[in-house]
Design a protein around this ligand. Structure first.
Ligand code: ZN
Ligand code: MN
Ligand code: MN
Length: 282
């Protein structure tokens, strides 16, 4: 089975460092923030940063950015909505300059306004952003962990949003920790086949363009978004052994670790765990 492994890489010291770090670990893919993920303000990308990044990132099979956390695409509060559209447009511009194809976004929270309103907002926001930036960049909506007021924890909702946007530049980033926390039991055979059926029914497996490979510090259906190192959480080694049987889902798709490491070198342990599981399956 052809698999593509990568991880979220720090950009400390410059954007191009992320690519150098991923290369050092011999990963084929990686994810970055193109700016501070916890703020609204950001500096322009400098020509030198772009040039260095383009040089350093040659040859990877997949690179993606992750949107900052403050924008909320599902909010009907006018001010947050406006700032969120602007932020998404800016991310598309950045991705275009950096020649990065995929942008992962959290669908957001309807803040008590109801899921229907939330979905409408997301559709409007993503359409507006895609219309403003002509490029081949894809927006990947990430399934949420089932937190209170979250939009996009259920495949039904994601499917509706995708049909509402109706643009081939939209897909899904499936986070294994989020899916598990939202109640999709990918750790057991019966749960996985039900999950895959629903994914196919409401969204379509081909729409899943990226996977966030994380274990979960919280239990099945807990509704809480806490990542864990692979094999060390509630999904566990056995659970991932089961998940990797979903060949139709994971083959040739970038799988990105967002596991809680103190230093990016520790991703190699997650990588080893994955490889040893896959080896045992042969
Ligand atoms: Zn995310
Ligand atoms: Mn994720
Ligand atoms: Mn998460």
């Amino acid at each position: 089975m052809e698999i593509i492994i990568g991880a979220h890489m720090p950009i400390t010291g410059g954007l191009s460092k992320s690519a150098e770090r991923a290369r050092e670990l011999k990963f084929e893919a990686f994810q970055i923030f193109t700016r501070n993920p916890r703020g609204w303000r950001y500096p322009e990308l400098k020509e030198d940063d772009i040039k260095n990044f383009l040089n350093a990132s040659k040859g990877f099979s997949s690179i993606n950015t992750h949107m900052p956390y403050l924008p909320n695409l599902a909010s009907s509060k006018e001010e947050i909505y406006k700032k969120s559209v602007e932020s998404l447009i800016e991310e598309l511009r950045r991705a275009k300059k950096l020649q990065i194809k995929y942008i992962v976004v959290h669908v957001g929270s309807h803040l008590g306004e109801g899921i229907e309103k939330g979905k409408e907002r997301v559709i409007k926001t993503v359409k507006e952003a895609l219309d403003s930036v002509p490029c081949d960049c894809h927006i990947l909506l990430e399934n949420m962990a089932g937190q209170k007021n979250s939009v996009g924890s259920r495949f039904e909702d994601l499917g509706e949003i995708i049909s509402g946007i109706n643009d081939k530049r939209v897909g899904i980033c499936l986070d294994t920790c989020h899916a598990f926390a939202a109640g999709y039991d990918i750790a057991t055979q019966a749960g996985l086949s039900k999950t895959l059926d629903e994914l196919e029914k409401y969204i379509g497996l081909r729409k899943v363009m990226l996977i966030h490979l994380n274990d979960s510090k919280s239990g099945l259906g807990s509704g809480s978004d806490r990542h864990e190192r692979i094999g060390k959480g509630f999904i566990g080694r056995k659970g991932f052994e089961n998940f990797f049987k979903a060949k139709e889902l994971i083959e040739n798709k970038p799988m990105i670790f967002e596991t809680p490491v103190n230093d990016y070198h520790e991703y190699l342990e997650d990588y080893k765990t994955v490889m040893s599981i896959l080896k045992n399956m042969e």
